[in-house]
Design a protein. Structure first.
Lengths: 332, 332
DNA sequence: CGCGTTCATGTAATCGTTTACATAGGCGCT
DNA sequence: AGCGCCTATGTAAACGATTACATGAACGCG
């Protein structure tokens, strides 16, 4: 393992200047064919790799974008990441994924430190001032920050929840409950709004007792199930703000002897991979995750090409309901 | 948004040299208290952030490690990542996560490009030569590469599978099947070995028909279930090489009218979050994911401190069986 | 033949830090 | 007083690439 070759070593071996080597590597059509071959052979022979730090420093760009998501454990994100990788890779950009739950100081540095050219932000809970302070183009995905005027790609949350309500009402349910997400989360708010508006469309109203609190996790779904089961007049159908939450609800209900869908219908939100293989298979609102990732990446890369300016457009992709086995007509 | 302050701007504002600013930021105890305060105030006022590219270039280290995993969608990894972040963060290192499924050229550059000081590799399917060619310390996690002599942290795969076999035999099962992973994968091989040795301990043998092929995915579990269901003499218990695979198996069996655990007992491997909330809750071999991540990160960081040399030790953490609801005595 | 253009390449400045080395004051000790 | 040593700071040389500008050859054309 030699002490890492530099561009000068290649230049010497090929009998050309460092400028020519650099050009051969970054814009091959600007050097003569003969020289190019000579240089490439030398690169191969020496095992030269360009030093990213030096290149980034001089060219003032990192050829990389950063994906910043809260809780990488969320299965919902992974498919989105994959399509981001795909688009970015095709554009010659590296993708770095980081957790937005790291401590403040580290996070505040993100854009400014020159390690990435742009950010795909999946976390709407960050401080608006910090995000704009990053100084690099940011595209928000799924969530958004009200106080910041950023480009954003997401799905129709309220609309999706409306579909769920329509479906349950069509099955004959009249008493619906909703397990929400964290109160401060924008998605929670939108989905709750969709729930309320959906009910209103059918002349129904959400009584306070049927608004159960949660935080998207399985554990919170299970807690909500216990609260729901203890209520004197139980809803016959429950919509959860996420699939994970729905799994928690169904599982806990099952442990209390209440079967889904015989005793209670449950609808989720996200359509993660597991939904199809849960027992019962989960009826849920599908989010087009691949499209979400692709569009977000394309938007960011477009902004990069345009010199770093990004219109604050908000793209809303339609969501659709996937009806599976967790919903049925109410028990007589 | 001013044109990004440089260290010289801070130096000027504070009335000191750039060296002093640099020292204040990286080793504060080497400058006088008074000067330090002056500098820090200037940094604050100007909004200065050190440029990572310049720093990395000059100091020949990136203060970052890279996590390289195949398929980030695998829920098994995320918890491990979290504890890696924790350990690395405490050591002042940034963690970058990348997908090892990106195309070859991009992957080959990884270590050499100077963007990270070390790599945590979760993919045993990479070319040994490429990995050693990276030129930075590498610690393998969970999987390993036979042809490369690398440090490695993993769990006792064969032993874990043995526990599963013991459990099923104790319940009275005599005819067990195993749904494996990809033939080329080291984990598959180890778990298969554990299955065989486990059976042998109880004087049983694995007839070829009970060795079903799979690839860790839910889909492959479902396929295996169909094959199994069609067999004239079905096994009464099935061990799957991963939890996801087990979900696929149980779900597909259920669709064919075969209930778990009444008609068939199923054991998984990994103990992902969902296992506890599946219906039935999954009996599975637990892997200590937090410990795995912590130890791997500590090992890598230790190697970095020691100047980049890493003994090829192989740490094996014990696995244990978590008995839940998917296993029961065989039908009649 | 002389001039302008184009193409391929070389020269050297530059990106923004860190850090080896130099400098200078202050202090204690003989 | 003189010497040595420590501490705090400044000076300037790297780090390894990219790229503006300069150079020179080749070519076409009036």
């Amino acid at each position: 393992m030699k002490p890492t070759a530099r561009i000068a070593d290649v230049a010497r071996a090929a009998g050309v200047s460092t400028a020519t080597v650099s050009r051969t590597l970054s814009s091959p059509d600007r050097v003569g064919k003969e020289t190019r071959d000579k240089v490439l052979r030398a690169v191969e022979a020496i095992g030269y790799r360009v030093n990213a730090a030096a290149r980034d420093l001089r060219s003032r760009r990192a050829r990389a974008i950063t994906v910043l998501a809260p809780n990488l454990a969320n299965t919902f994100f992974s498919r989105i990441f994959a399509s981001v990788q795909e688009v970015a890779g095709a554009a010659g950009l590296t993708v770095q994924i980081s957790d937005s739950l790291v401590e403040g100081e580290r996070l505040a540095v993100f854009g400014r430190d020159g390690r990435s050219d742009g950010i795909l932000l999946f976390d709407g809970g960050l401080d608006a001032e910090m995000v704009t302070g990053w100084g690099v183009p940011v595209v928000m995905v799924c969530e958004w920050i009200d106080a910041a005027d950023l480009a954003c790609v997401g799905t129709d949350n309220a609309g999706g929840l409306g579909l769920a309500v329509d479906h349950l009402v069509a099955l004959g349910h009249r008493h619906l409950a909703f397990v929400g997400g964290p109160a401060c989360n924008v998605l929670s708010r939108e989905r709750l709004r969709g729930f309320r508006e959906g009910l209103a469309r059918h002349g129904l109203t959400a009584d306070p007792a049927s608004l159960l609190s949660g935080d998207f996790t399985m554990e919170s779904g299970a807690r909500a199930a216990r609260v729901w089961a203890a209520q004197p007049a139980r809803a016959s159908a429950v919509i959860c703000a996420s699939d994970e939450c729905a799994f928690g609800f169904i599982s806990e209900a099952d442990r209390m002897g209440l079967r889904c869908p015989a005793d209670v219908s449950v609808v989720g939100f996200d359509d993660v991979e597991f939904s199809e293989r849960y027992i019962p298979p989960l009826t849920t609102v599908h989010q087009p995750r691949a499209a979400l990732g692709r569009q977000a990446a394309e938007m960011l890369i477009g902004g990069l090409r345009a010199g770093g300016t990004l219109a604050a457009a908000r793209h809303v992709l339609p969501s659709r309901l996937v009806v599976r086995g967790s919903t049925a007509p109410p028990p007589d």
